[in-house]
Design a protein around this ligand. Structure first.
Ligand SMILES: Cc1cc2nc3c(=O)[nH]c(=O)nc-3n(C[C@H](O)[C@H](O)[C@H](O)COP(=O)(O)O)c2cc1C
Length: 280
């Protein structure tokens, strides 16, 4: 996507000049990873031949707990169905995540215990392990890792992507819409398509590394100072893109305190239990 951008430019875009790590190993793959940005405007160009197969091969190449492969992906390309998926992820004002309809596909990443369950029960065995939180978490982690490998593959082709966690807003209705079996749910969606060149998407800066990288033991010291330093980079990014001025701290606090942020996801546990997941 950003072959012409130099190492220094990519690192500065990710951290701001002040907070850039001093030493980094560099290669094409790392450059690709640091070039990531979510894309929220898509052209009507269809996906290239073999695209889904390629993304799924990348996804299946991710590590998977005990090689149990407890995830699936539903590629929604039918425009009418895509519109229904969007409606379920559009938020309470009905306006959010319109790019689901604009792009040629949304991949729905499913944490999927249904296969293991069926294979076990078919031989008269009791899959009691599936009643525990860890099984739910294992399948969810595997689905996320698969999705991220697909994301990296898509970006390497020049495609744009954006994750959609709002697919969990109405998890029950979405599962019914795409005929999911019991003991499965959509962890998140991933919109995939060709970026609309009329809208530049930009690399969104991240926290200084000392906030997330701890050596040997966790150390939250200097958090305030690092967050303060990040606010400057965050502010410059938002200003450059003409976004409403908001500090990162405000974003964190609003996500933590406003139930609007949940937008239906407060019912997720009940939905998952009704779908056969256990949380022992
Ligand atoms: C699991 C997950 C769910 C997300 N859900 C949404 C979403 O519902 N709608 C959206 O526009 N972006 C969504 N995003 C994208 C994030 O907002 C985005 O990754 C973040 O702001 C950082 O920006 P970047 O990806 O451009 O670096 C999601 C990202 C992740 C990882």
């Amino acid at each position: 996507m950003s072959q012409t951008i130099t190492k220094e430019q990519l690192i500065t875009a990710r951290y701001g000049a002040e907070n850039a790590p001093e030493q980094m190993i560099w290669n094409e793959q790392i450059a690709g990873l640091l070039s990531h940005r979510s894309v929220r405007h898509y052209s009507d160009r269809p996906l290239p031949q073999g695209c889904l197969e390629t993304l799924v091969a990348a996804a299946q190449s991710a590590s998977t707990s005990s090689n149990l492969q407890q995830w699936s992906v539903v590629a929604v390309t039918d425009p009418a169905l895509k519109a229904e998926v969007r409606a379920l992820a559009a938020g309470s004002n009905g306006q959010a995540n319109g790019y689901i309809e604009q792009a040629p596909a949304i991949l729905l990443w499913v944490a999927d215990l249904s296969r293991s369950h069926a294979i076990t029960e078919a031989d008269g065995l009791t899959p009691e392990v599936h009643d525990y939180l860890d099984s739910f978490l294992m399948a969810s982690v595997d689905a996320a890792l698969a999705a991220q490998n697909a994301t990296v593959a898509a970006e390497s082709i020049g495609l744009g992507t954006v994750y959609i966690g709002a697919t969990r807003n109405q998890a029950k209705a979405l599962a019914a819409l795409i005929d999911l079996p019991p003991r499965s749910y959509v962890v998140c969606g991933l919109v995939v398509g060709w970026p609309d060149d009329a809208y530049a998407s930009d690399i969104r800066p991240r926290l200084p590394q000392p906030v997330v990288l701890h050596h040997n033991r966790y150390d939250a010291g200097n958090l305030d100072a690092h967050v303060q330093a990040y606010e400057a980079t965050f502010h410059a990014f938002r200003e450059r893109l003409g976004m409403k001025d908001k500090t990162w701290k405000q974003a964190v606090q609003s996500a933590a305190t406003s139930m609007d942020y949940m937008d239906g996801r407060e019912a997720l546990r009940a939905t998952l239990e009704a779908r056969g997941f256990g949380f022992k």
